[in-house]
Design a protein around this ligand. Sequence first.
Ligand code: SF4
Length: 660
Amino acid sequence: MEPIIKSQDQLYCNSLTSYSRRKTIPVNVGGVLIGGDNPIVVQSMTTVDTMDTQGSVEQCIRMIESGCQLIRITAPSIKEAENLKNIKDELRKRGYSTPLVADIHFTPNAAEVAAKIVEKVRINPGNYADKKKFEVIEYTDESYQEELNRIRERFLPLVKICKEHGTAMRIGTNHGSLSDRIMSRYGDTPLGMVESALEFLRICEDENYHDIVISMKSSNTQVMVQAYRLLVQKLVEGGFKPYPLHLGVTEAGEAEDGRIKSAVGIGTLLEDGLGDTVRVSLTEDPEFEAPVAKALIDRYSKRTPHAEIKKIEEYPIHPFDHEKRHTYEVFNFGGHHVPRVITDISKIEKISEKEIKQTGHFYLPELDKWKMNDQGCDFVFSGSNPIPFMLPNGMKEIQYAEIWKQQSDQINKFPLFNLDEYANSSDFHLELNFLEIFDTEIEEVIPIIADRKDTVLILKTSNKHAMPALRRAFVSLMESNTEIPVVVKIAYPDQDHDLTMLYAATDVGGLLIDGLGDGIFISLEKENQTDRQEILDQVKLHNSVGFGVLQAARTRMSKTEYISCPSCGRTLFDLQETTAMIRKRTDHLKGVKIGIMGCIVNGPGEMADADYGYVGSGKGKITLYKGKEVMKRSVPSERAVDELIEIIKEDGMWNESDSI
Ligand code: SF4
């Protein structure tokens, strides 16, 4: 296998095998230090209208009390920028010193006002000096340079104000709102995102202004991760200072989906030591965001020391592109198959037909029929507790090898071996066997499995630095050209639901982003529950988290994807209520991506690659999109969901709900 990265100099992080935070320059934001050796900072953004001083202050306080160390507030025009002073004064009067950040899109004059009031200004390089026209223009080198000169002229006053007032800045690129200039030259690629920030960064450096934090957000986790990595590499290559990184996944959505998607993107980067401040964007009240960000960050405070992971000399994985690891097909694993979900029910003795519904498979006694929903797991792991009823077609069971060997019907049942059993067994399933190993056993296993086209590896680790340890095992397989499919097995004993969700998303999502893994298996191993209902709840959670992680890493679409903005002071309708309403009517449209955006200013750009869009375009007015194309303008909000469904139907993407 040809290595992609041949030396440390080409890497995007300090180490792929040993936890180490990237060294950055510290940036002082009103006393909160981002970067350097300082702890990773938690931040979030208000959703109240910026002109509502009291409402904004009350919300800021709720956010601060939930763990927010930095608060961003939108300033769409000069009047909101000016009102930041009232918000700040009131907060200080009430004893809160949390620094404020003004969020700017399209309005340099508002930025210039805000920079004199608040501690940090966020600009979007895609729209600071450009209005998006979705035009593809052919630029010559000369006309491109002219554009850059125009930007410099527009941007320089802000840089000077920031320098003079000690105000920090975030150059915050969004995948969905790149300028027409960048799109024409680079497309909406990670490289385009990086270049978009560098255009502005060069101006800052020329002015000797360095109080800068950079972000590369996208709602597509693969693009987001690749863009941050590429940014680090380009900063090094271009001789820029090592600026701190602000991590975030845009429009992540709500509830479990929003948390999983955020953790896949943010967690993957944190694992490699990237990131100095984190904002989790959920379509929920902002005080729910900081605890999620904190849970993601806290994991690294105890990361070192961790068990040693063998160094990687040459790296065969492309960090800036998604390329699935090449595997051969075993049964329905590997090859061209989507990653599989194995759901663990092994702690439940004599599971009933009714209870197995936690795995997405339903028995309907009135019809004496089995059905499964979009999250019906591919395999159930029963361990030493075989399923005591006849398996319906399609349901497949994995058992410990010793149990499997005693079964009379072995067609839909498959054995799971440990290394010792596997090496000494002469009795195998003809088509599909599972071999469970630790990452540390990989070198020993490779010669044993090299020629086996009837086996899938179940890979697990006990290393605290789990994702990199598992990744190292994949690298060993790639180095030896061993193309066996691999399912990643993880276990989180003694944890609440939220942490299981976030950790599974980080550990397995981080691998899937890099094309590694042909399945996910969240184990009940060591779970300390004894209450049957609690275990069943855990099974249900693991099953849905399994599918959620695959979807968030964009490797298997099993449900409708909602790209909903977190809302801010620009929002024109109740995002949470509207998202819930749209979800209720459309959540059976497997694989369809629906953007739900609070305003027409940023919404169309930021809903990225949504198939359909529902965008606030005025009080009580919605504009509906198919891709980037406007289908209906200014639809009264009472009719907008029906009209959206009409558009989906006309497009042939609708099917009637078959809810169970
Ligand atoms: S799309 Fe949503 S979060 Fe973004 S500016 Fe508009 S309302 Fe605010």
